[in-house]
Design a protein around this ligand. Structure first.
Ligand SMILES: *Cc1c(COP(=O)(O)O)cnc(C)c1O
Length: 423
């Protein structure tokens, strides 16, 4: 049967407006509250904190800004306030998730710290607690961990938290992709000493941009709100005792978020239906979807991802910017599937390329469960078939179109395209 290309492009994950967004944006404009103060901001902070179950939420210009202030805050709590022009993490290592978007880890560098990347486990594709424990054996002085919940699937929080507590370390939780997901019935965003979510355009709920910092400490929330508005002291002139930032959310953006927030559960249900349909449609192929343990966690299904079994991988070689593959009957590879999707007018994407494989971070340490991940012998690679878990998932995995507006027929057509790649 011939597969028809999509007339309108099928996106990986695009914004879904419902109408209420317009109402709150209009109200902001009509009442002239067009700045970084206003009712939409207050409401969005209240609603977000309530939905997630945290005491305080601070509305910021992006998830990246929220991560920056979260990481800076923890740095100052651990090491004290730095001199002006110096980062709060200068001279210090920080343990970070390895397989993630680089916005998770860049703020460590903004604050002058050195990220040490922790390898990934196979059960949820998040930070491996055994590798984290190993990292503390190698670098016992580290006091900060930055952890992500990838693609909306919660990490192994009990294990990670107990390693952090044992070593007296603070945790920054990057829940940018996992808004609405829960672990043992507690929502992601509740697990970090400081946590963040993102309202960027591709996230499950969006303001076009924007982010939130979450904490249970009134003092910390206060501090972040002050830093985000140029660190003005309580004086009638501009008085400054510390470095400031222009990181506050705008009341217009907050209007979009305010209109979106009631639809979180609906978006999750739509994403779950897409994930379930992919799983059913692809079950006869040598592939699996991004995994989770349904007894422990409830993902938000932000992106459905595919992992090709090793034995069904055709030959694929990736350079710094290009990829080549050889098509083989009964086999496929991410590059072949991504090219096929693009041909049919659908957007897929490779798995986040692990941070330890990024040229910018090539000098940073990388720790696996068995120790220094940069010192793998050729014998090890030959015996195991992979260098490390992150590199392996990157090699064999890809993100499928997961737009919540996709119909069953559209998911089925993507499934047919993938079958064609394995034919
Ligand atoms: C999107 C994202 C961010 C950054 O959020 P922005 O709002 O785009 O700055 C950080 N971490 C992860 C894992 C993300 O997916």
């Amino acid at each position: 049967m011939e597969i028809k290309p999509f007339t309108n492009k099928i996106w990986l994950s695009s914004p879904t407006m419902h109408g209420d967004e317009q109402k709150w944006v209009d109200e902001a404009i009509l009442t002239n509250w067009v700045s970084t103060v206003g009712a939409n901001i207050n409401e969005v902070e209240r609603m977000t904190a309530e939905k997630i179950g945290r005491k305080y939420a601070v509305a910021l210009s992006s998830g990246t800004a929220a991560l920056h202030l979260a990481i800076k805050l923890c740095g100052e709590k651990i090491y004290g306030q730095p001199k002006v022009g110096h980062g709060s993490l200068e001279g210090h290592k920080v343990f970070c998730s390895d397989m993630t978007f680089d916005a998770t880890v860049n703020p460590v560098a903004y604050e002058g710290g050195e990220a040490v990347f922790i390898d990934t486990e196979r059960d949820t594709w998040n930070m491996d607690p055994a590798a984290l424990e190993k990292a503390f054996e190698i670098y016992p002085d580290v006091r900060l961990v930055v952890l992500v919940h990838l693609y909306g699937t919660p990490a192994k929080m009990d294990e990670i938290r107990s390693v952090c507590d044992k070593h007296n370390a603070l945790m920054v939780e990057d829940a940018a992709e996992s808004f609405g997901a829960s672990y043992k019935e507690v929502q992601t965003g509740c697990f970090g000493d400081v946590s963040i979510i993102s309202y960027n355009g591709n996230k499950i709920i969006t303001g076009s941009s924007g982010g939130m910092l979450l904490t249970d400490s009134e003092e910390w929330a206060h501090k972040v709100r002050k830093w985000s508005t140029q660190s003005r002291e309580d004086a009638s002139w501009y008085q400054h005792e510390e470095l400031g930032y222009n990181y506050r959310m705008s009341n217009i953006i907050a209007g979009v978020v305010r209109g979106q927030l009631p639809y979180l559960e609906e978006h999750i249900a739509q994403k779950k239906a897409i994930y379930d349909r992919y799983r059913e449609g692809l079950k006869d192929l040598p592939v699996t979807l991004n995994p989770f343990d349904s007894a422990i966690s409830q993902p938000n299904y932000w992106l459905s991802c595919l992992l090709i079994e090793q034995c069904a991988m055709s030959k694929q070689v990736r350079g710094e910017k290009e990829a080549l593959y050889i098509s083989e009957p009964g086999k496929s590879c991410p590059t072949e599937i991504l090219e096929a999707l693009a041909r049919y007018n659908a957007e897929g994407r490779p798995i986040w390329k692990p941070m330890h494989m990024q040229p910018i971070y090539r000098m940073n340490p990388f720790i696996t469960a068995s120790g220094n991940g940069r010192a793998r012998s050729n014998a090890y690679i030959k015996e195991n078939g992979f260098v490390d878990v992150g590199a392996d998932i990157f090699e064999r995995g890809l993100c499928l179109p997961s737009d919540n507006k996709m119909t069953s027929e559209q998911v089925d057509r993507i499934v047919a395209v993938i079958h064609e790649c394995f034919a």
